[in-house]
Each structure stands twice: as structure tokens, then as C-alpha cells.
Design a protein around this ligand. Structure first.
Ligand SMILES: Nc1ncnc2c1ncn2[C@@H]1O[C@H](COP(=O)(O)OP(=O)(O)O)[C@@H](O)[C@H]1O
Ligand SMILES: [Mg+2]
Length: 279
């Protein structure tokens, strides 16, 4: 279960004085239990900061962030994070990586053999879910980037978190691998019913994955608009060519360009040509 309520959230980096950065200002957002939301926007608009606050890795300056009725004051096993760079332990094999946080816990707590068995069952199921059951004994350096990221996702899911926080998790993968990962994460979302907050700067990715796309804008970082995605819950790659998809994509891209003060390539080319005529 996780229902998140963010109210008038702001975050200022730096000590008070001239060097302060208003990373987030006046952010209001509700995230429903089991929802898949994507955060998109120009670089520097506070996407990572918002996600880190949700993870409890960063404190906010004012406002409130409430998860299931309680303030988020620090990290919790209930909110797992997946980063762009698969932070797997190179000296552990795939299965050991997936079970890692679990074994730390086993050392600390009085855990019964039934618990250990249940955990093994879960790890096997997750390995199936990410399609890597043949690679349980492989080491990270024997796997492709996409496979490593799948292991990182399985590891994050191991403790059955209510919320999965993902910061550009597929940003380092090639386009084809990314498509495979998109369908995999949607499948995982259906199976595990985890609430997912997914940060990306890729508008296609944001629309394809999200039930709602939260568009942010920079200086100071804030929410520009929230778009419900007009596609069936069950996505397939063909939908990327639909009129609804393309219309939403152009709308979001136009808003990003506006808010980041950037012009289109064509406008830029025209300007450059004019300049060269003058000189
Ligand atoms: N630890 C930090 N110290 C100072 N400024 C930071 C820190 N982290 C982020 N910022 C600033 O906050 C703003 C938002 O950053 P970030 O959340 O990383 O944006 P995004 O993920 O959307 O690119 C940027 O201006 C960035 O430079
Ligand atoms: Mg970021």
C-alpha cells in the first residue's frame, strides 16, 4: 500500500545567502496506490530531487510529503530506488545480488529457516520474472547492461517494496534494449502491483510507461502540468504510432521547449542562416 500526498513542497539547496538553488517550489501532487507515474522535464527541473525526497535520501525545506499517512523522514525498505547505473556487487553472482539486502537482514535479526526458504522462493520467482533464471550463477561482468539492470530491479523488488522509485533507469541502454525493458517493467508493475514513480527525460518513455505524465519545468523546479495518458492500460509498442500518442508527445515537447527557452532545430537553423547572411 502506498498513497503519496505531496503538499506545497519546496527544496532549497545551499546555505542561506547568495548561493542558494531553489530546486523545487510549491509542488502539489497525489500519487495513488499502485499507480505508475512518470516525471519528465528539462534537465535541472528537480526530477531527481523530488525522487530523492520520496526515497527519504534528501530532506525537503518546506511543505510536506506524506506516504500512507506518515511523514517521510528517511529511507525505508518500503520505498526502493533503482538508479541509472546498475549498482550491482561485482563479486556476487546474480542470485546473491538479488538476495543481498535480505542476507544483511538475516545477520541482524532472528530469522527462522522458514523465512529463509520463503526468501529463496521469492528470489527464484523474481529471477523468472526478469527472465534470467539461466543466469543465477553468472557474475555482473558476464552480463549485458540490460541484463544487469534487470538484476538491479529484481534486487529492489526483493523486499516487496510498496513503491519503486526509478531515476532514468534505462538511460544508459541502447534503444532496442530500452524497448524490451519498457515492456518488462510494465509486466512487473502488473504482477507486483507496486506503485512506480519513474523519472526520465525521454518523452516517448514517459508516455509509454505512465498512467499519468507529470511535466516539470525548471528555475525553480515545479510542476507545469499533469497529463493523463489516453492509452489502454495494457500497452504495446504499436501504440507509439497512434494519433493519441503522437498528439500528447508533440504537446509535451512543445511545453518543454517553451519552459527551457529552447527553440526548435528548424528555428535555430533559420537564425544561424540569417546571422551568416549578415556577416
Ligand atoms: N546536492 C545539490 N547541491 C546543490 N544543488 C543541487 C544539488 N542537487 C541538485 N541541485 C540543483 O537542483 C536543481 C535540480 O536538480 P535535479 O533534481 O538533479 O534536476 P533533474 O534531475 O531534473 O535534472 C538543479 O539546478 C541542480 O543543479
Ligand atoms: Mg536527474
Amino acid at each position: 500500500m502506498s498513497k503519496v500526498h505531496i503538499k506545497q513542497l519546496s527544496k532549497v539547496f545551499g546555505a542561506s545567502g547568495t548561493n542558494t538553488v531553489p530546486a523545487l517550489q510549491g509542488v502539489d501532487l497525489m500519487i495513488e496506490d499502485g499507480e505508475f507515474v512518470t516525471l519528465v522535464g528539462a534537465s535541472g527541473c528537480g526530477k531527481s530531487t523530488l525522487l530523492r525526497i520520496l526515497a527519504g535520501l534528501e530532506h525537503h525545506s518546506s511543505g510536506s510529503v506524506i506516504c500512507n499517512g506518515a511523514d517521510i523522514v528517511g529511507p525505508s525498505a518500503d520505498r526502493a530506488m533503482v538508479f541509472q547505473h546498475y549498482s550491482l556487487y561485482p563479486w556476487l553472482n546474480v542470485m546473491e545480488n538479488i538476495k543481498f539486502s535480505r542476507s544483511l537482514k538475516a545477520n541482524r535479526e532472528d530469522i527462522t529457516s522458514a523465512d529463509v526458504e520463503a526468501a529463496s522462493g521469492r528470489a527464484d520467482a523474481l529471477l523468472d520474472l526478469i527472465g534470467l533464471n539461466k543466469y543465477a550463477k553468472a557474475y555482473p561482468n558476464q552480463l549485458s547492461g540490460g541484463m544487469q539492470q534487470r538484476v538491479a530491479i529484481a534486487r529492489a523488488l526483493m523486499g516487496k517494496p510498496a513503491m519503486l522509485l526509478m531515476d532514468e533507469p534505462f538511460g544508459a541502454l541502447d534503444a532496442q534494449t530500452r524497448e524490451v525493458m519498457h515492456d518488462l517493467i510494465l509486466h512487473i508493475h502488473r504482477m507486483e502491483k507496486t506503485t512506480i514513480v519513474f523519472v526520465t527525460h525521454d518523452v516517448d518513455e514517459a508516455i509509454y510507461l505512465g498512467q499519468r505524465v507529470i511535466l516539470m519545468q525548471p528555475r525553480p523546479g515545479r510542476i507545469h502540468s499533469i497529463y493523463p495518458v489516453p492509452l489502454p492500460v495494457r500497452r504495446d509498442q504499436e501504440m507509439k504510432h497512434s494519433t493519441e500518442f503522437r498528439a500528447l508527445k508533440s504537446e509535451i515537447l512543445a511545453r518543454i521547449r517553451e519552459s527551457s527557452g529552447m527553440t526548435t532545430d528548424q528555428e535555430l537553423l533559420k537564425k544561424l542562416n540569417q546571422t551568416s547572411e549578415i556577416t
